[in-house]
Write a protein that binds this ligand. Structure first.
Ligand code: 5GP
Ligand code: ZN
Length: 139
């Protein structure tokens, strides 16, 4: 693992998160600064800083979980649309250097642009959505 990696710590349960789905190789949890309600992240459990240095098998497992969780988000949040986002490098506004995919529900007029600023979310609202999406994940 990366020593100071916050997502490794989330994977290990050393720091808390609103978990949605977990299997042997991947973890999905709510983003703590959601750009829209239902914004969540999917990571491989094996540390890799970015796409370029990831193992193909970890990436394949991660994408299977992305699909699974995105379907649950779609069902619960019923967004106008849904984007996936994955950043590589500070120049792409990557701020956590453990490979992750953002699942971002979209609002009709949310005016969301790339490189949004971080704004803390309401923990109760995040937890409530986490519970609903968790229940909606199908195997
Ligand atoms: P990046 O900018 O690297 O693509 O995205 C990193 C994401 O991780 C950001 O959306 C940020 O809100 C989220 N994040 C950073 N620290 C934590 C944390 O401790 N817990 C959770 N759940 N999300 C985090
Ligand atoms: Zn890590």
């Amino acid at each position: 693992m990366g020593n100071d990696c916050i997502f490794c710590k989330i994977v290990e349960g050393v720091i808390p998160s609103f978990k949605i789905y977990e299997d042997e190789n991947t973890l999905a949890f709510m983003d703590i600064n959601p750009v829209n309600p239902g914004h969540c992240l999917v990571v491989p459990k094996n540390h890799a800083p970015n796409l370029f240095e990831s193992e193909p098998e970890d990436l394949a497992n991660t994408m299977a979980t992305v699909r699974k969780v995105a379907r649950a988000v779609q069902q619960v949040a019923k967004p106008y649309g849904l984007n996936l986002l994955q950043a590589n490098g500070a120049g792409a506004a990557q701020s956590v250097f453990h490979l992750h995919f953002h699942i971002i529900p979209r609002g009709r007029d949310d005016d969301l642009r790339m490189n949004w600023g971080l704004k803390s979310g309401n923990k109760d609202e995040i937890a409530a959505l986490a519970a609903k999406i968790k229940a909606a994940v199908e195997d």
